[in-house]
Design a protein around this ligand. Structure first.
Ligand code: SF4
Ligand code: SF4
Length: 461
């Protein structure tokens, strides 16, 4: 068997054929583990396994390949089976050479996206999600039992793909379209609401009406890491201002899952953020630990929020199993829509006599948070604590009666979100400079730069 022989043999079979398939022998560590000489192929067999169609032993006319859209780059594995199904759908003329002319060496040392068990599981779940509608009950049963027998897959993972009854995600955040007048009017309306909000947070109004925003108890945001491939100006986790590679230890996730189940907490939504969450070195293990939680609470919605930028992040996104929702925020380092995170309210004269325990709308909309430093009323306060070094995060999931107002009192005076306190649509520019740092922040960053190496060491130990 050699390359010339293979090409010649296939060439002889090309007349009138759209697809030519030769025999193939699979070799692992020098031993032939199987020999396959396909004689006929049925589309339905590809739903259950691969009866002998691989990129290495198949020629397809380029016109036909183009017609079916080529390989699916969104799958982690099963590319051959997927493309075979789509090509066979077109009822092509297939010619079989009936001769083994390809040696396929199964690599065992090279690292690939499906090297780990989790990678293979994710690939199978992606394939299953894509083709489930066309599979009958028998095919589904065979697909699942093959996944279990060959790849030790937990079959309950397939149930997690049923997301019909999940709690809803965020409503689409509105952007305000229209001419300058419409946008100008909307800006005036927002500025008015912001002003009212600032008055509402004054000490005396808070004494009368109580705190404005309550902490949400059924949504959880998890900052997996402060690593990020971007450096957005005014990043509200300080990834640009104070870059660090801190990661949430994996046992924090284990404890979070176990304690949530033990305390019977049904999170309506668990969102993974950062930094760029896909850059966590154990991202796949984390995604599957959260699958354990979803097995208990199938209505819980799992989300991962990514900037979706750059080759590494795009490649890592392939590792996200389809029981997660991927939200791409498409942030760019030079975006101007960021609010002025580093404009500390305590540095502003118009924000005097404020009760910072009022917090902002994030408390209700986003939920409480787990960060590498512990639990916080919102993820941003955890990010502020990373820089300030107060170490005020809770070490366990906060109890229902823990309002965490001590954390709000410490963190909100530094948080530029407190100036607006409400959602401002992305395309409305209220005239703030997101890169601006007021004096308190300049002081915090200066101190952090001096001390951060010690803090990182302590967190990692
Ligand atoms: S992508 Fe997000 S986390 Fe990364 S620097 Fe930009 S705002 Fe910060
Ligand atoms: S720290 Fe910022 S985001 Fe969190 S509640 Fe306070 S103002 Fe809102």
């Amino acid at each position: 068997m050699n390359g010339d022989d293979h090409l010649e043999t296939c060439k002889k079979n090309i007349d009138c054929a759209d697809v030519v398939i030769s025999g193939i022998s699979i070799i692992k560590k020098g031993d032939v583990v199987s020999v396959n000489k396909p004689k006929e192929l049925d589309q339905k067999d590809f739903y259950e396994g691969n009866p002998g169609w691989q990129g290495s032993n198949t020629f397809v006319k380029s016109k036909l390949l183009e017609e079916v859209g080529g390989y699916d780059e969104n799958l982690l594995c099963c590319h051959d089976r997927d493309i075979a199904i789509r090509i066979l759908n077109k009822k092509p003329n297939i010619s079989f050479t009936n001769k083994v002319t390809v040696n396929f060496h199964l690599g065992t040392n090279r690292e690939s996206l499906t090297t780990s068990e989790y990678g293979k599981w994710t690939g199978l779940l992606q394939f299953f999600s894509k083709h489930r509608e066309d599979m009958n009950k028998v095919m589904i049963k065979k697909f699942k039992s093959r996944s279990k027998n060959l790849f030790n897959m937990n079959l309950k993972l397939f149930d997690l793909l049923n997301i019909k009854n999940e709690y809803p995600g965020f409503k689409n955040k509105p952007t305000i379209d229209g001419n300058i007048i419409k946008k100008g009017l909307y800006k005036s309306y927002l500025n008015f609401r912001i002003k009212i909000g600032q008055w509402r947070a004054k000490n005396h109004f808070t004494k009368i009406f109580g705190r404005k925003y309550e902490i949400s108890r059924d949504k959880m945001e998890i900052d997996l890491t402060y690593k990020c491939n971007l450096r957005c100006k005014g990043c509200n986790r300080s990834c640009e201002q104070a870059p660090d590679d801190i990661e949430l230890p994996i046992d924090y996730i284990e404890k979070f899952v176990n304690r949530s189940i033990k305390r019977e907490i049904e999170w309506k939504k668990i969102r993974l953020l950062g930094g760029e969450p896909t850059m966590h070195s154990k991202i796949q293990e984390i995604l599957y630990l959260l699958a354990d939680y979803k097995e208990f609470y199938p209505r819980s919605r799992l989300e991962i929020v990514t900037n979706g930028q750059g080759r590494r992040v795009i490649r890592n996104l392939l590792k996200v199993p389809p029981f997660f929702h991927i939200e791409e925020n498409k942030k760019q380092s030079d975006d101007v829509y960021f609010y002025p995170f580093n404009l500390a309210p305590i540095d502003l004269t118009q924000l005097k006599n404020i009760d910072f325990r009022n917090g902002c709308s994030n408390l209700e909309e986003c939920g409480i948070s787990l960060t590498p430093l512990g639990y916080y009323p919102c993820a941003i306060s955890g990010g502020i604590d990373r820089i300030a070094g107060w170490n005020i995060g809770r070490k366990k999931i906060p109890k229902e009666d823990d309002e965490m107002t001590d954390i709000l009192e410490k963190a909100c005076p530094y948080c530029g979100r407190f100036i607006q306190r409400i959602f401002v649509p992305r395309n409305i520019d209220l005239g703030y400079n997101p890169a601006k740092k007021s004096k308190s922040w300049r002081r915090l960053y200066k101190r952090w730069r001096k001390e951060h190496q010690n803090i990182s060491k302590k967190l990692k130990s």
